[in-house]
Design a protein around this ligand. Structure first.
Ligand SMILES: Cc1ncc(COP(=O)(O)O)c(C=O)c1O
Length: 463
């Protein structure tokens, strides 16, 4: 990505009204890290944007969209001064969910203090209109903040009206199916694929089929050979769940072409696309979607906290009417308070900062777990080179007993999953899927993976 792309994302967002005059934009350092480009690249783009009057630098206070731009202005409510929030002592949360659990952000480094301040403010500023039923599409300022975030960070080009707030992946999927499918529609899912998505689809979809995944991600040629008549494919292009491989660019293009040619829909689950470590950030598949065939599914479960239950869809413009109609019939709206807190967290720049801090931390924690597994279990597991995400797959070099092995590890509160259980077809691989984001140190990584050592070695010796 070059400075021109960044320049274009900003001008597009500003001119479309998605980014409003006076809004704060991420600092050069933070955005460079977020996009995986050199600081100079962002700096050049910002210089031009400032020179052309789109942005204004406010020195140490950061950079904002020029408040004097002749674009329709929205009045901003005066904010009362913040009170000092009383901070609770942090619980040792790591014990609660078990260790090595998948898909949980680092609980020990969450900016609790900031979150508490924003929560207090959201409660204190509650007005009578905040007490009625919230909009089925979601809190308008949050939809706006999400549109800005995905446009700048994930390369989308959407307006706030395309963003639909949901309460998690299953809600997002169920809503899409409800709004768009008829019973005969063929729906495709990845094999292996996200276990909980698979379970939901088995219950909701009559005509469900699977497409294998290899080192380049979803096997698009297989899809076209065997299921060209499908109406939906649900896929995880940034980091496949669970193998963590990234869908290659040629396959991205072929998949989009197929969807365009056949009027099919691609449901892109970008659940942890924010976390890339080993190479340049790959924008979302949706960023290549010139024909509007991709429905984008995002979540704050990996970047903030799963208990908040805030996720979102970005729907093609042509589908807005359908989703609004379905939403008004089947939805009751999401709780307003978390949406307000999250809006402030995004709009005040804390989200970008938090992501920036999490990337090197997760990379470090990933290495700690990886090294500990190599050290304690030499020759037992193997690992494939993957780019990022929040979990690793320790593939068993020999044997097929990953379910029994996972049971043993779970008895030690190590909440790993057996890889084979995530396959739908008969061709399987075996190993353990484990999260590393809450591994706090090298010693702890070694201690944790050593807990089931004896039983592991006995099981593998007898298999
Ligand atoms: C593949 C995949 N998609 C989506 C999600 C997000 O789920 P939710 O937004 O319901 O927390 C997860 C969470 O673990 C996941 O692993």
């Amino acid at each position: 990505m070059g400075y021109k792309d960044i320049y274009q994302r900003y001008t597009q967002s500003i001119l479309s009204g998605s980014l409003k005059p006076g809004e704060k934009v991420p600092s050069i350092r933070v955005l460079a890290q977020d996009l995986g480009v050199a600081k100079k690249t962002v700096e050049t783009a910002y210089d031009i944007l400032i020179g052309e009057g789109y942005l204004v630098s406010q020195g140490a206070k950061g950079t904002i969209v020029n408040p004097d731009l002749d674009i329709q202005k929205t009045p901003t409510a005066a904010t009362p001064p913040l009170e000092d929030a009383k901070l609770q002592e942090l619980l040792d949360l790591r014990d609660t969910p078990g260790f090595l659990r998948l898909g949980i952000p680092a609980l020990d480094v969450f900016p609790h203090k900031k979150w508490l301040l924003l929560s207090g403010k959201a409660i204190r500023t509650m007005r009578p209109e905040d007490m009625i039923i919230p909009s089925a599409m979601g809190y308008e300022p949050l939809r706006h903040a999400i549109a800005n975030y995905v446009n700048i960070s994930r390369g989308l080009n959407c307006a706030a009206e395309q963003v639909f707030i949901t309460s998690g992946y299953k809600h997002s999927l169920a809503l899409i199916l409800q709004a768009m499918t008829s019973p005969k529609d063929k729906v495709l899912f990845e094999d292996p694929g996200y276990l909980f998505g698979q379970k939901l689809l088995k219950r909701m979809v009559l005509n469900l089929h699977y497409v294998p995944v290899d080192s380049e991600g979803l096997d698009v040629d297989y899809l076209i050979r065997n299921h060209a008549d499908a109406r939906f494919v649900i896929t995880t292009p940034s980091h496949h769940s669970p193998l963590a491989v990234t869908l290659s660019l040629p396959r991205r293009n072929r998949l989009l072409q197929w969807a365009q040619d056949t009027d099919a829909w691609i449901i892109e689950d970008d659940y942890d696309g924010e976390f890339h470590y080993t190479r340049k950030v790959m924008p979302a598949l949706k960023s290549l979607d010139t024909q509007e065939r991709v429905i984008y599914v995002g979540t704050f479960s990996k970047t903030i906290m799963p208990s908040m239950r805030v996720s979102y869809l970005v729907i093609p413009k042509a589908l807005i009417g359908k989703f609004v109609e379905t939403g008004e019939i089947v939805e009751t709206g999401q709780p307003l308070l978390p949406q307000k807190i999250l809006t402030a967290f995004l709009a005040e720049g804390h989200f970008f900062k938090h992501l920036k801090a999490m990337r090197p931390l997760y990379q470090q924690r990933r290495m700690m777990l990886y090294n500990a597994l190599q050290q304690i279990y030499p020759g037992i597991f193997e690992f494939e080179q993957t780019d990022g995400g929040m979990h690793i797959v320790a593939l068993l070099k020999k044997g097929t007993l990953d379910s029994k092995l996972a049971n043993i590890w779970q008895e030690h509160k190590l909440m790993v999953f057996p890889l084979s259980a995530w396959y739908a077809g008969t061709s399987r691989r075996y190993g353990l899927i484990m999260g590393y984001t809450n591994v706090p140190s090298e010693q702890e990584a070694l201690r944790l993976v050593s807990l089931p050592y004896k039983e592991t070695m006995i099981l593998l010796a007898t298999s």
